[in-house]
Design a binder for this molecule. Sequence first.
Ligand SMILES: CC(C)(COP(=O)(O)OP(=O)(O)OC[C@H]1O[C@@H](n2cnc3c(N)ncnc32)[C@H](O)[C@@H]1OP(=O)(O)O)[C@@H](O)C(=O)NCCC(=O)NCCS
Length: 374
Amino acid sequence: MTAAAGKGLEGVVASQTSLSFIDGLKGVLVYRGYNIHELAPNASFIEGVFLLWNGRLPTRPELDAFEARLAGLRALDPRTLDGLRTLPGDAVPMSALRTGISLEGMHDPDAEDNSAEANRRKAERLVARTPTMIAAIHRIRQGKEPLAPDPALSLSADFVRMANGEPGTEEAVEALDRTLLLYLDHGFNASTFACRVIAATLGDMHSAVTGGVGALKGSLHGGANARAMQTLLEIGSLDNVGPWLEKAFAEKRKIMGFGHRVYRTEDPRATHLREMSRVLTNQAGLGEFYEMSRELEDQMIARKGINPNVDFYCATVYYALGIPIDLYTPLFAMGRMGGWTAHVMEQHGDNRLIRPRAEYVGEMDLAWAPIEDR
Ligand SMILES: CC(C)(COP(=O)(O)OP(=O)(O)OC[C@H]1O[C@@H](n2cnc3c(N)ncnc32)[C@H](O)[C@@H]1OP(=O)(O)O)[C@@H](O)C(=O)NCCC(=O)NCCS
């Protein structure tokens, strides 16, 4: 009998990738050879997607052409919009997104084609349309008509316009775009691994990323950014951080936005998001939420040695931008869509079924009893 790997597959290196690298002890994250600290202040989200899909940074004409092509693909299939209109008005946006992505797959002209060319076309449509879909879900639930995309705007600027009905400031759009870049890829995280497991059965791209959305929704993964904001709202004031934490520890609650399976030190994405949170919350007159966050971080590190992860400071960034809390995780999906699609293409490019074994710990050798004798 082979012994099982550690619970939750901790420490298991499941396969190879050339997309992103994480050193959890040193707090390093690299996309295709570029440290996240190089990329975060410089690259746009779409530039990051180009890097991930092509293995190199684009030239100016290449980036312009790539942006223009994706901008031309933003409109959802009208039948997808019809489908979104039939969802319950109180549907959780992540569930609506899961259904919407699946619906797009029903109508995609390349749906059942797993060739490299078809996968690239589908990946482009998915990255281009996820913002349109999230904005449509948000407007439909408010009883408003979804807005058509404006290909003259950048992906992030168009998302803000389609969601709010009016353009965002340059600074808000830039901040949103940076969060998408920071969310783009992260090794074999749970949702990406789910995508790869589905892709490895030779499941299609839309099936794989629909599974990814489902995995991301959980509060131990992408759902944590919304929960982190709810935590801060529950704490309510700087003075209450200590007493609140005391009670949370006594109740053995997990503090959302803290801890990570791989990082044992600062999550390098949090470094950028912390500074963005400081600037944006102060500008929005919400500085107390930053102060509370810092206090919570200090106390978590001092008392438990647990650092904030990507989701913790992203929460207050999105709060300062005025984004509804239940759209935080869909925005994570909007960024990670670039990574999920890259992983599906990498998996299909050199495929082998992913099928681990289980260590059976149940009973054996029981004798059959007729139903009337049980
Ligand atoms: C991310 C996460 C699931 C990683 O989990 P993991 O690798 O399985 O780590 P464990 O849950 O085994 O945690 C190890 C120890 O740290 C504690 N811990 C980890 N994260 C914690 C948190 N957020 N709050 C309080 N304690 C935490 C655990 O209780 C455990 O303590 P114990 O050994 O005394 O039982 C976990 O840190 C977590 O639940 N965080 C909150 C959700 C979150 O922010 N998710 C987004 C991740 S990017």
